[in-house]
Ligand binder design. Structure first.
Ligand SMILES: *Cc1c(COP(=O)(O)O)cnc(C)c1O
Length: 390
């Protein structure tokens, strides 16, 4: 055990401390270099210390860091405009994390029904093994025992169905149902990619039964899958969408996006956040979107994602322990038929950061600015680790 006497032990941490980063590379305090194929869990989509991100933070910090939402924040208004122009949405609420963005989405769904004089409709349907955050409401939306254990009583009004099963959603809908909340690809569950028509079928059910469809794009958004928003592969738009993680490259921000009609359920005083969308976070998000929200950039994510998937398939064909590889853009999972924990630890010791999901999946979320040569190096390390272990 590493000794951290003054930090509450709510994480199990690897005994490594990074002190510098540049692009895809991180350096620890012993001078060892690592290829970061986790991106701070899908946050550093532009890699470490991208010059445009650094410049935006430096310039904005010199000018104005925070003012609060009692006053207009032109940078936040500009960010909201860029975000809404990038998708179905017309208005945005800003907060500071993914959990808070989902919390806003849940509150907005309930308040929408309340304003429609249907306050008996408060229930949100979510999917098994999904992940939506750690606040009481969002951990209840997160249908995983290990996230919920010990926190009873949980807020009521959530119902769980299997992922990638539109019929199960339809069967679960009742008089209390207000909304369906799903990830377009389940990230924490190990990169679970649903059938191509899953979201389209959910959209049809939501339309037919007059439900709100909410997408949690906190991990899948910001170019991760080769479109700015993952659901844009399908064309099935939501009523509400959440973003966070990569939105401001590591400066904390969350966003809940929706149509003007639904947004009208929030009036002054209905919801709020002290920091949400402050000048520093908004300026950094604008710089981040300035790079990612670009067709050429997004096409490069598709191309590099295909290269990564080809390499992972080759590893799978050479190693019996690998039972499946899954990828969409630069979001990838390598499914093992035994524990992936040791493999992830050995990868780290050989200079490659990846994560273990659900015990048996190795997840890769490299920065979107990764180069083909860096993908090849990472694939070589992964192949050697799997060959040595199994
Ligand atoms: C990380 C994540 C969250 C929670 O975000 P926090 O910023 O940690 O609160 C919610 N949903 C998904 C899909 C995530 O990947």
């Amino acid at each position: 055990m590493i000794k951290m006497p003054h930090v509450i032990p709510s994480y199990s941490r690897f005994p490594v401390a990074f002190i510098r980063g540049q692009g895809v590379t991180l350096w620890d305090d012993q001078g060892m270099a690592y290829l970061d194929f986790l991106s701070g869990i899908g946050v550093n989509n532009l890699g470490h210390c991208h010059p445009k991100v650094v410049a935006a933070i430096r310039d904005q910090a010199q000018n104005l860091i925070h003012t609060c939402n009692l006053y207009r924040i032109p940078l936040q208004e500009e960010l909201a405009r860029i975000l809404t122009e990038s998708c179905f949405a017309e208005q945005v609420f800003f907060c500071n994390s993914g959990a808070e963005a989902n919390e806003a989405a849940i509150k907005l769904a309930r308040k929408t029904m309340f304003e429609r004089k249907q306050s008996h409709r408060y229930e949100i349907i979510t999917t098994n093994d999904g992940f939506h955050g750690r606040t009481l409401a969002t951990l209840t939306a997160t249908a995983q025992d290990k996230v919920q254990r010990g926190y009873a009583p949980l807020p009521s009004g959530f119902k769980y169905v299997p992922y990638n099963n539109p019929q199960a959603v339809e069967q679960a809908v009742g008089e209390h149902t207000a909304a369906i909340l799903v990830e377009p690809i389940q990230g924490e569950a190990g990169v679970i990619i649903p059938d191509p028509d899953y979201l389209t079928n959910l959209r049809k059910i939501a339309d037919r039964l007059d439900l709100l469809l909410i997408y949690d794009e906190i991990q899948t958004g910001m170019g991760r899958t080769g479109r700015l928003w993952c659901h844009q592969h399908s064309g099935a738009i939501p009523d509400i969408m959440t973003s966070a993680k990569a939105l401001a490259s590591g400066v904390p921000i969350g966003a809940c996006l929706t149509t003007s009609k639904i947004a009208a359920a929030f009036s002054p005083g209905s919801h709020g956040s002290t920091f949400g969308g402050n000048p520093l976070a908004s300026a950094t998000a604008l710089a981040t979107l300035g790079v990612i929200n670009d067709d050429t950039f997004l096409q490069s994510v598709v191309d590099k994602g295909n290269h990564l998937l080809d390499g992972l398939k080759k590893i799978a064909s050479q190693n019996k322990m690998v039972t499946d590889v899954r990828a969409c853009g630069l979001m990838a999972g390598v499914q093992l038929n035994s524990s992936a924990e040791e493999a992830v630890g050995v990868c780290l010791s050989r200079g490659l950061l990846v994560s273990c999901q659900k015990g048996t999946t190795i997840r890769l979320l490299p920065p979107l600015i990764v180069e083909i040569e860096e993908i090849d190096t990472a694939l070589a390390i992964l192949a050697s680790v799997l060959n040595d272990l199994f």
